[in-house]
Design a protein around this ligand. Structure first.
Ligand code: NAP
Ligand code: ZN
Length: 348
């Protein structure tokens, strides 16, 4: 039997989110029922519900930064137990059999991973996300939240944390490496914290110097305004790795010019508009322009353990559900310090 739970949903691309109820499936043998305590607001939620990436199956409950407590487990579940502190990120299933799933890169499942919301699930229903009181997820897509991290600051790690951790690791952020983070929002502030904890020398490239004090406190050694033209001449050829977290289309070529020979700019920001690259921006320094999407389940667990070990969590502003629409406007105005997290107790 399905269970009716309270949630917040987007009725259409042009309307505010509203309180609603949704059905969660019966807990199957491999499933875990999670009492959601906190859900982060990712800029992806906004792109998605406003149909910026294409038409969506409205009404839609967004939210893929989920932290909560296990309240029921199916008969075959071995990885989680009632009372465990757990998280769910951007995916809730994948084929498990393709080469990418086998390599722990379920986010690149060749048969299509099942997104946490707005995706056709195995039973044909459309998945609904974390702005809700409960969720049922197959145990393989449920992560352990280590004891050292509070659930509210852990929630954003499930997307903002892994999305920045994965490319930082892959492109070797560490001692002796100069890393620049473009955009100090939800993803950007985690990139700063994580790259600093990995031992890299971190710079922030923000639109202005408004958040400079925060950036330095979070672990950056330097902070530059991209609105200042001198930034691009002064820093030419100086970064080994640039992580672009900006949600809008920016002039990628100017940023490629800031890379060392063999440097890489990894794009995690996902604006709907194209990001045109001039070939000379790359060949003029044997540079790479790459992209990266969240991270696989094993790496997400590794990231959570890394955060616990280094005492890292997100910088958050906890809000009640009736402030979700206001929070969206503040995210769009780059007025977020640095992640809004919904207290789901306010949904009931
Ligand atoms: P966010 O909190 O809104 O942060 C984005 C930051 O980009 C802003 O705080 C702002 O930083 C900067 N920015 C915004 N508009 C800008 C503009 N017009 N020009 C220059 N800079 C601008 O968003 P988020 O949640 O971190 O997400 C960022 C992007 O990553 C979104 O597009 C999201 O969909 C995408 N995303 C991708 C993945 C993935 O797997 N690749 C996962 C999650 C999210 P400053 O004020 O410091 O300039
Ligand atoms: Zn996200």
């Amino acid at each position: 039997m399905t269970t009716t739970v309270n949630a917040y949903a987007s009725p259409s691309a042009t309307e505010d989110l509203v309180p609603t109820t949704i059905e969660r499936r019966e807990v199957g043998p491999e499933d875990v029922l999670i009492d959601i305590k906190y859900a982060g607001i990712c800029h992806t939620d906004i792109h998605t519900v406003r149909d910026e990436w294409g038409p969506q199956p409205h009404p839609l409950v967004p939210g893929h930064e989920i932290a909560g407590i296990v309240t029921e487990v199916g008969s075959n579940v071995t990885k989680h137990a009632v009372g465990d502190r757990v998280g769910v990120g951007c995916m809730v299933n994948s084929c498990g059999e393709c080469v990418n799933c086998k390599a722990g890169d379920e986010q690149y499942c060749l048969n299509g991973m099942v997104g946490t919301y707005g995706a056709p699930d195995r039973d044909g229903s459309i998945t609904q996300g974390g702005y809700a009181t409960h969720v049922v997820v197959t145990e393989d897509f449920v992560l352990r939240i280590p004891d050292g991290i509070d659930l509210d600051v852990a929630a954003p790690l499930l997307c903002a944390g892994i999305t920045t951790y994965s490319p930082l690791r892959r492109w070797g952020a560490g001692p002796g490496k100069k890393v620049a983070v473009v955009g100090l929002g939800g993803l950007g502030h985690m990139a700063v914290k994580l790259a600093h904890a990995m031992g890299a020398e971190v710079s922030v490239l923000s639109q202005s110097l408004k958040k400079q004090e925060d950036g330095l406190r979070l672990g950056a050694e330097r902070y530059y305004a991209t609105s200042d033209e001198n930034t691009f001449t002064d820093l030419a050829g100086s970064f080994d790795l640039i992580i672009n977290t900006v949600s809008a289309a920016i002039d990628i070529n100017s940023f490629l010019g800031l890379l060392t020979v063999d440097g890489a700019l990894v794009n995690v920001g996902a604006p709907a508009e194209p990001l045109p690259v001039n070939a000379f921006s790359l060949i003029g320094g044997r540079r790479s322009f790459a992209g990266s999407m969240i991270g696989g389940i094993p790496e997400t667990q590794q990231m959570l353990d890394f955060c616990a070990e280094h005492g890292l969590g997100a910088e958050i502003e906890v809000i009640p559900a009736d402030k979700i629409n206001e929070a969206y406007e503040r995210v769009l105005a780059s007025d977020v310090r640095y992640r809004f997290v919904i207290d789901t107790a306010t949904l009931s």
